[in-house]
Design a binder for this molecule. Sequence first.
Ligand code: ADP
Ligand code: MG
Length: 258
Amino acid sequence: MNALSASHPHGAAMDRPSSRGARVEFDRVSKDYGELTVLHETSLKIAPGELFALIGPSGSGKSTLLGILAGFVPPTYGAVRIDGTNIVAVPPYRRNIGMVFQNYALFPHISVAENIGFPLKMRGCGKAEIGERVKKALAMVRLEALGERRPAQLSGGQQQRVALARAAVYDPGLLLMDEPLGALDKNLREEMQDEIKRFQRAFGATVLYVTHDQQEAAFLADRLAVMRGGMLEQIGTPRQLYEMPCTHFVASFLGEAS
Ligand code: ADP
Ligand code: MG
């Protein structure tokens, strides 16, 4: 049991029964902003350990769906379950979810190791435990030698790997990534795609990965969903979507160069 689940009443529900990845379920989830419905009765199941990508044009509702799971966006209707428990009323910091965003926002004035340990410090972990977990997380992204450096002394790709390690350091069953490679140039993106795939296999968490880059999604994802106007237009493996797109929209969206 990790430090987080030990310290809050939802701990038992958040523990993963068999796989170390969380099981995620959206059950007819809607989001309205006043008159505007940006998510329409969306249902989706993500299996433990699955890397699930969400793609679609800008404004289609990808970040809204991710934000509902993270707890930043309260849904208007519906249930969101992690390992069978509805988490809609659980505050974000108790959801046992790691996050990686495009602007990975490392603290510039503290070391890489301190950056990675920060979420543990916030959760009141002791020094020895922090040291041990940070060491493990650094090894997971192959940055063992750079823990004492400041973020500015690292390359862009290395900084993004620090953000990955920080998201994983308290051993969450679920990682959310919203355009995590959006700020990187093409070569680095490809390198980091390999890194993320390797990392996810080793770490074993369930991942919800938002990107507007369909090639990236096809490379990384076990399954993906194409989103349009607040609805999941098609869900399937990359192969199913490319070979049997169910609408013209899916076909043309997947066919576009990113
Ligand atoms: P994506 O991540 O796919 O680009 P978003 O989930 O960010 O899309 O946005 C979906 C829709 O919801 C957009 O039309 C956006 O303008 C709208 N939206 C997002 N946040 C708000 C908000 N706080 N108030 C009103 N409308 C919002
Ligand atoms: Mg977005």
